[in-house]
Design a protein around this ligand. Structure first.
Ligand SMILES: Nc1ncnc2c1ncn2[C@@H]1O[C@H](COP(=O)(O)OP(=O)(O)O)[C@@H](O)[C@H]1O
Ligand SMILES: [Mg+2]
Length: 293
């Protein structure tokens, strides 16, 4: 039985009249920079702030959100893609009551879906009958179609970088492709595993300088820095979110601050393009606003 605030509303079945959902994709180009840890803890922190939050594991080939949270999914996105279950049946509950859509790990066909199937996965969220405020999407590393489509379909892309030359060049490459091929013109940057606040700011400045020089039409914003933190590693070992296992730790506090900033972002009011998470709710919202005017 789902918790009450997420329960199906029997009077609204198939009516996409729910309020718009803020969608945020977490990405970064390079593997191992902390995308999944940021996604999981950002989602847990937002849920802790009372935001009804759904976390989607969109690292389709090497999913690990369920592992990080110690969850044992009965169904995953692989079952959804093969038509064995509905999206609602894939959803699990995580820390602070957040909802989780787990994916499968080691199922190669999931890493090799066609572009139209990625769009299909974005659109399947239109059928979801749950009241939500925020969707967090944990993407794979790289600049493959799945990463680009999930970033394009979210209202904001958060690019995670750390202090390694390849992290900055990969982040730049990703932002370039997102802007040139997918029309993304705004990127949020989080510096992870920093040893000082100055290091975080310095990483952002480095990335921002190359983007300004070569990609004039993309605006970057520094969303915050997360320190290198042994408590986070310990939480990973215990398969818990550091945000709930060690909320007073430096990484949990930094991510909580990022969550407070993200929680203030306004919900969208109108669709931006043709690939967008929860676009039906946006269209319905626009119609309601029009009718009320
Ligand atoms: N702020 C941090 N402090 C310490 N270790 C971290 C931090 N962020 C990530 N890590 C470590 O890096 C590893 C990779 O993180 P993960 O979130 O899986 O990266 P990605 O999803 O980008 O591949 C984690 O297992 C964790 O041990
Ligand atoms: Mg990951």
């Amino acid at each position: 039985m789902p918790p009450r605030e997420y329960a199906l509303n029997p009077t609204m079945t198939n009516t996409p009249s729910r309020a718009p959902v803020r969608s945020i994709a977490v990405t970064g180009g390079k593997g191992g920079v902390g995308k999944t840890n940021l996604s999981v803890n950002l989602a847990a922190s937002l849920a802790g702030l009372g935001k009804r939050t759904l976390l989607l594991d969109a690292d389709l080939g090497l999913a690990n959100v369920d592992v990080l949270l110690g969850l044992s999914p009965q169904h995953t996105l692989a079952d959804l893609v093969s038509g064995r279950c509905e999206l609602d049946e894939v959803i699990l509950e995580g820390p602070n009551g957040m909802l989780v859509v787990p994916a499968a790990s080691g199922r190669r066909h999931m890493a090799e879906l066609q572009p139209a199937q990625h769009v299909g996965l974005v659109n399947v969220f239109n059928d979801l009958q749950r009241d939500l405020d925020i969707l967090i999407v944990d993407t794979a590393a790289g600049i493959t179609d799945s990463v680009l489509t999930f970033c394009q379909a979210a209202q904001d892309a958060v690019v995670v970088v750390c202090d390694e030359p390849a992290s900055i060049t990969d982040a730049y490459a990703l932002i370039k492709v997102l802007s040139r091929e997918r029309g993304v013109d705004r990127v949020q940057v989080v510096a992870n595993m920093v040893r000082s606040p100055a290091e975080g700011r310095g990483l952002y400045d480095k990335l921002s300088r190359v983007c300004e020089r070569f990609l004039g039409d993309v605006s970057l914003n520094f969303l915050g820095a997360v320190p290198q933190c042994d408590w986070l590693r310990m939480a990973v070992q215990r398969q818990q979110a550091v945000a709930t296992a060690y909320p007073a730790s430096p990484s949990a506090r930094a991510i909580a601050e990022i969550a407070r900033r993200a929680a203030r972002w306004e919900a969208p009011t109108a669709p931006r393009g043709n690939i967008e998470f929860f676009v039906d709710r946006l269209l319905a919202h626009g119609q309601r606003q029009g009718a009320a005017a």
